[in-house]
Design a protein around this ligand. Sequence first.
Ligand code: HEC
Length: 202
Amino acid sequence: MQKYLLLIIVGLGLTASGVYLLVAKPVAAAQNEQSSAVFDADGKLELPTGFRKWVFVGAPLTPNGLNDGKANFPEYHHVYVEQKNVDAYLKTGEFPEGTVIVKELTRVLNPTFPDGSRKEPSGRGYFNGEYNGIDLTVKDSKRFAKTNGWGFFTFGHHPMPYDKTAAEKSVTECAGCHIANVAATEMTWIQFYPLLRDKKGY
Ligand code: HEC
């Protein structure tokens, strides 16, 4: 009799943990699939938080010193993509719906030469200075069908604090150039981001 009781108790325990696994797993998966793109009632996009801890895929630099002293974006362009979206891209060559790509500008650190560079123990060059603005793209094939499935936003080109929300930018200001050059590669300049380009995690 006691033996049966023990079996029943063990059985109940196993069933309970089974139920827990069944219930808990889908909840966790649903959370992972949430997009960082949150739109308010007017269709404005909220600036995502925590993006500096996403995967840092690259940092193009177009300094004033190489652009007649007047580059449009003389800062480093730090580009971030969430881990789950990087993983999906490495598997499929496509970003999932809802993917957000952040490009945060950081100024070159206090220049001492006319070309914007300075000297540090490692040599003469460019080093990261202050944060100076955010451009961002969102993949949403329905909402942004007119611009090849991606929306373009800017939260300011200036030091922090950044704007908290942003309206979609026009085709002329943003999407047009991406459509003309990188329509075939997810509207993104994959060729400048070694992890995405070479598809080799390490
Ligand atoms: C004249 C062409 C051109 C225009 C206009 C343009 N971009 Fe880009 N964009 C680029 C290039 C080239 C890169 C990659 C190299 C770099 O950052 O210098 C880039 C990179 C980006 C990235 C990083 C992800 C990626 O696609 O590689 C974002 C985000 C971005 N642009 C958003 C914007 C937004 C928002 C606007 C409008 C405010 C805009 N862009 C206007 C050419 C352009």
